[in-house]
Design a protein around this ligand. Sequence first.
Ligand SMILES: [Zn+2]
Length: 255
Amino acid sequence: MIDTHAHLQDEKMLPCDVVIENANKAGVNKIICSSSDIETSKKAVLIANNYECVYATVGVHPEEANTFNETSLKELEKLAEDKKVVAIGEIGLDYHYEFATRETQKSVFIKQINLANKLGLPIVIHTRDASGDTMEILRANLDKLKNGVCIHCFNMSLEILKEIMGYGFYISIGGIVTFNNAKNVLDIVKACDINRLMLETDSPYISPVPFRGGINEPKNVVYSAKKMAELREMLFEDFDKITTDNAMRFFNIKD
Ligand SMILES: [Zn+2]
């Protein structure tokens, strides 16, 4: 099983040794470490080089869009040379907090789409309360998205789900699927193309039931996976195999 989205470098996380051992014991044998800015991107690459089972994405999150400057693209490009870097992310739009203006967020998002295209890497998208503009940018850049797109913690409409499945995009879903009030996410899990679904935790955030409110770790991906397998009326083993294969294919991981 693969946790495709965890912030191992976050200060709230337990030490990597512990977190990775816990994950491996729970059957989670690969972790994609997600980044939010240049500092966390550097840390993700370091961790990925220290642990065979960890891979990194590098990128500037929309909440950090104000930190993006002239040198950011060069630094990301340099970091992406590392063979453990498997995607550019997380990038996108967040109009919930709007820490940076919408215009800044859009420009930083598009610059990183261009970078991923240049480097031949897929992108991992964060989008919150910004469905309209996110989709507008993706539709306008489809020719630059051939290396793959994953919308993480996907919670947009079923209509958009249908559209993006048509483009061959992937989604990843985590702990929210275990919450009682998650009707939209339950519908998404049932309606999505099973060959485009990946598992994530977004650790240290969004702990699944029964750990809701606690610090999340990659090992907990099993709880959301069980719930999703149930929703799809699949054997857990089959669901695990398919979603693991999806992640290997999306991130271009060979072994
Ligand atoms: Zn994240």
